[in-house]
Design a protein around this ligand. Sequence first.
Ligand SMILES: Nc1ncnc2c1ncn2[C@@H]1O[C@H](COP(=O)(O)OP(=O)(O)OP(=O)(O)O)[C@@H](O)[C@H]1O
Ligand SMILES: [Mg+2]
Length: 775
Amino acid sequence: MSLKKIGADLDYLEGLNPQQRAAVENTKGPVMIVAGAGSGKTRVITFRVAHLIQTGTDPFNILVLTFTNKASKDMRERISKVVGSEAKNIWMGTFHSVFAKILRVEAEKIGYPSNFTIYDTDDSKSVIRAILKEMQLDDKLYAANFVFNRISSAKNNLISWGEYQANDQIQSEDIQNKRPLLGQIYETYAKRCFRAGAMDFDDLLFKTNILLKEHPDVLNKYQQKFRYLMVDEYQDTNFSQYTIVKKLAAAYQNICVVGDDAQSIYAFRGANIQNILNFERDYPDLKVYKLEQNYRSTQNIVDAASSIIANNKNQLEKNVFSDNEPGERIKVSRAFTDNEEGKLVAEAIIQERSTKGHQYHDFAILYRTNAQSRAMEEGLRKLNIPYKIYGGQSFYQRKEIKDLIAYFRLTFNPKDEEAIKRVINYPKRGIGDTSIDKIIVAADQHGKTMWDVISNAHMFVDGRLANQLNEFALMVQSFQAEAKKLDAYDTALFIAQHAGILKELYSDDSVEGRSRYENIQELLNGIKEFAEREDIEEKGLDIFMQDVALLTNDDKDGDKNKDTVSLMTIHSAKGLEFKNVFIVGLEENLFPSQLSVNSRSELEEERRLFYVAITRAEVKLTLTYATSRYRWGTLTNCEPSRFINEISAKFLELDVKPAKSNSLEGNFDDERKTWSSQPRDFFSKPKPAGGTTSAPAARPKTTSLLAKAHVPTPGFAPSQPHEFQNGMEVEHEKFGFGKIVSLEGTMPDVKATVFFQGLGNKQLLLKFAKLMIVR
Ligand SMILES: Nc1ncnc2c1ncn2[C@@H]1O[C@H](COP(=O)(O)OP(=O)(O)OP(=O)(O)O)[C@@H](O)[C@H]1O
Ligand SMILES: [Mg+2]
């Protein structure tokens, strides 16, 4: 055991049970903890790092890999409470952010500029679409999404394009699937990215593997540097990540991984449970610690979670118990529509908050898909409940933000072809698609990059186009010159002004235009904050840009201290905990998702997702479902999820208000508020599977009233006449309340002109606008 630093305080060890403490103090050699949710795995890593530092390890020698940026930020904060400011020197972050940082230092060794661009998923798909167009391939057979996933999965399994093409099994698979050209597309894609000095997300790991494999000196350097490695959420690592960890740990073998196979929810992205099993094989000296006590949740929640996961065949055996109070039963609530579900959750939050003394930040609403947040938001807004949505469309994914960032990217990496394509004609400068095609053809013909052609335009194209390109090149060069002199904020402002973006957005005084302008201001404010930070020395825009492609909404802390309800998908809730949790949309074909119900392995993954969701709750858990909901523009009948049925009845309390027309009611014992004599049949529905209809059988007699108050009218189902009329008062998700001025066209393309207070007339296509009738 390592020596205690003189005077170091080791009191924190008191906050650990004997198994946790052993795992914390045993810092040498390989350690693995596979244990259930809430058993303190993350706590062990946190305390272990603190302990290493308190007993004399240099924080620069510690590498901790977490699943989200937020997780690493929280962990660092907790460690700093024990070790003070030394905590900032720990290498800690997601795989992507840590290895992007290392690649910036080492990029030239593998032929990349150190200021390489990180292509996000949109950029990658745009490159793929361009390639498909050039190769004149059927974009249904070779859908960009499909091709992207195929390339991604090859990279995550460390298969280069050369190996892909040479692998007989892969080739025959592709031929069988009538897509024999995937290998060639992969090759062109990889070369295109390389020519643009760009790496996609998967490259950050794939190229790290290449770097460590081909440069033993670099491998050795990082093995010496990272003498202690720790990985949280190890069950969700893919092969590429597994290999990096294995290589780095090879010299000292001080590696500690923690995870829970029952929470593996990223198989669709290549995560491989095999990595847990391999670990035992890789390190024969492995010490395995068992954590069995759940400290997070009430007994009811823990036992219900165990009863759910027991339905999965494939799992490692674990015991879990809670010493906390038995707690309340899990509440199951039914709504008739998704909008009513939102209302019901909002009302429950108000009530729970006043009866339990919880604050808004103690509540989380978890859903399977981002689209479900709309109904929740509406419910919360109506009761003035403050909330924050995590994930979803990131601030950094908005068009105007990406446009300005593309100018920044171009400034530091003029080879970046996706950035060129994005802004060469934005704001408009008369360089249209035909001109862009000319640039690409010239670049291909001469083996040059697009930037070579643009910056020497007169050598490659003639006349007017050459002049326009020359002007564009001079502008970018002026940005480069300013970036050398100015700090991040002044450079960014200079670019926003001189590229014409600020003026373009300022002159658009529509609601959307104004909000885009505000978003640009918000980005500039963020850059200003960065430039004014005192804890960093280099304040150039290039430094700010390094991580920007990896940032998500959740990393913006604007409202960190606000007391808000959290809304997020279950995938983003991993590792988190809240006193009071709502899991909404527990319906067949939504959760479990429609695509998963035909295969055991996918259904088991959905069940693990449900297990993750349940185990986020500390004291109170509510499950909700709607009997009808709008999906893809039509009202759809929904059945309660099979997952509710899988929870043993003794853990549940049903709150399904009497509704004579609903077949569920017959089984519900209203007085005892519990299961009837045939609990397990309770949710097995005799009704036909969720077909689409405008008058679902399960809806209550009050349908017409509800329709006026909450339900989007089924008017925009293509085959039906709509219910809108001139003069009707309606509500729009974004524009608020308005009045229909006129209606034109026939279904499904009826266009409504609606007058909104303060905004004037707006034309909306009924089939997309999701207008609700108020009166
Ligand atoms: N020995 C302990 N004493 C008191 N509280 C503890 C102890 N161990 C863990 N906890 C608390 O229990 C909760 C769950 O711990 P933690 O988040 O580390 O679990 P986990 O195993 O990482 O969960 P998950 O699988 O969901 O990521 C946290 O609030 C943590 O502070
Ligand atoms: Mg954890």
